[in-house]
Design a protein around this ligand. Structure first.
Ligand SMILES: O=P(O)(O)O[C@H]1O[C@H](CO)[C@@H](O)[C@H]1O
Ligand SMILES: O=c1cc[nH]c(=O)[nH]1
Length: 316
C-alpha cells in the first residue's frame, strides 16, 4: 500500500512563492530557478524564444475547455462582446506550432483548449501556470467552460461548481508523486461562484444552479454508463450510485474539475468551473440531442462568462 500524504507541495524544499502576495501566480517549485530556460513544450513557447511578458502580461481572464474549436469560437465571441478593434478572423492560434493544445488571445482574455481528462488538463495547467508566472500576470481569474452529464436536472442547465468531488464524493484530488499518493484540496472560489450565479440571473435565458461536480477518470464505466464497450455492473447498481451522488449534492459529472481546482488553488488563482449539462443521467446514457441543440447548450457557459468579464471590465 502506498503512503498517502497531505499535500505540502514543496517536497521538503523551500516554497518559491515570492510573488504570492501581490496578486502574482504562486509557483511552488524551487527547481525552476535553476533552469537557464523554461521550454513550455506542449505550447511550443519558451522563455528564451518568446517575450512572454509582452505577449501575455496583460492577461486577466483565462478560459479553458476541452475542444480547440469551442475555445476558438469563444475567443471570436469575446472579441465581438468586448467590442475589440481589428478583424476577429485574424485571431490566430498561438500554439499552432504544436497540435496538443490551441490558444487564442483577445485583449485581456486567453482562451485555451485542454483535451479530455485529468492527465491532459494537468499537463496544460502546469505550462499555463508557468506561462502566467513568467509573463508576470497579476490578479488572474481562470474559468473552465465545459460540458457535463447532469444528475436529476433539466438538460441544458448550467452548473457552477461549488466543490469538485472524486468518484467517492470526496472533495479531494489524489496525485501520485513518485511512489506516494498526495491528497490535494479541490476548493473553488466561493465569491466568484456567487458572482457568476448573479450574472446568470441578469441574463436569465437558461437555468443555472450552484452544485457539486463529480470528476471521473472515464466517460463510460467511470460515470456509471451502461453503453460502453465494457460494463461490469447492473442497471440497478448504476441508479443506486447516481442516486447516492445526487444525495451527496452532486449535480453534474465531468472529467477535469478536481485537478483543475486543486492546481489553481495551490497556485493562488481565482478559479471557477462552469459546465452545461448535455443530458440527465437518470434518464439515459447516450447523448442524443440534435447537433443544433448541443451547439446551443455549449454556448451557454460562454454567454455567462462573457457577461461576467464585461461586468468586471465595466463594459456592461
Ligand atoms: O466539454 P469538455 O470541456 O471537453 O469536458 C467534458 O467533455 C469530455 C467528455 O465528452 C470530458 O473531457 C468532460 O470533462
Ligand atoms: O455525460 C457527460 C457529458 C459530457 N461530459 C462528460 O464527462 N459526461
Amino acid at each position: 500500500m502506498s503512503p498517502i500524504l497531505e499535500d505540502s507541495s514543496n517536497g521538503g524544499l523551500p516554497e518559491r512563492d515570492s510573488y504570492a502576495k501581490n496578486g502574482f501566480v504562486h509557483i511552488k517549485n524551487p527547481h525552476l530557478d535553476l533552469l537557464p530556460e523554461d521550454i513550455l513544450y506542449h505550447f511550443d513557447l519558451g522563455t528564451k524564444t518568446h517575450d512572454l511578458p509582452s505577449m501575455f502580461g496583460d492577461v486577466k481572464f483565462v478560459c479553458v475547455g476541452g475542444s480547440p474549436n469551442r475555445m476558438r469560437a469563444f475567443a471570436l465571441f469575446i472579441h465581438q462582446e468586448l467590442g475589440l478593434e481589428g478583424d476577429s478572423n485574424n485571431v490566430a492560434d498561438i500554439c499552432a506550432g504544436t497540435d496538443r493544445y490551441s490558444m487564442f488571445k483577445v485583449g485581456p482574455v486567453l482562451s485555451i483548449s485542454h483535451g479530455m481528462g485529468i492527465p491532459s488538463i494537468s499537463i496544460m495547467l502546469h505550462e499555463l501556470i508557468k506561462l502566467l508566472h513568467h509573463a508576470k500576470c497579476r490578479d488572474v481569474t481562470i474559468i473552465r467552460i465545459g460540458t457535463s452529464g447532469g444528475i436529476g436536472i433539466e438538460p441544458g442547465t448550467v452548473v457552477i461548481t461549488d466543490v469538485a468531488v472524486d468518484s467517492f464524493f470526496r472533495p479531494q484530488f489524489e496525485q501520485v508523486v513518485l511512489d506516494k499518493v498526495v491528497v490535494r484540496k479541490t476548493e473553488l472560489h466561493k465569491e466568484l461562484a456567487e458572482d457568476l450565479l448573479q450574472c446568470s440571473k441578469e441574463i436569465a435565458s437558461f437555468p443555472t444552479i450552484i452544485g457539486h461536480t463529480m470528476c471521473t477518470y472515464d466517460f463510460y464505466e467511470g460515470q456509471g454508463r451502461l453503453d460502453g464497450a465494457l460494463c461490469s455492473f447492473s442497471k440497478e447498481e448504476k441508479f443506486e450510485y447516481l442516486q447516492r451522488a445526487f444525495s451527496s449534492g452532486v449535480r453534474n459529472i465531468e472529467m477535469e474539475s478536481t485537478v483543475f481546482a486543486a492546481m489553481c488553488h495551490l497556485c493562488g488563482l481565482k478559479a471557477a468551473v462552469v459546465c452545461v449539462t448535455l443530458l440527465n443521467r437518470l434518464e439515459g446514457d447516450q447523448i442524443s440531442e440534435s447537433h443544433e441543440t448541443l451547439t446551443e447548450y455549449q454556448k451557454r457557459p460562454q454567454q455567462l462568462i462573457a457577461e461576467y468579464i464585461k461586468k468586471q471590465l465595466n463594459l456592461s
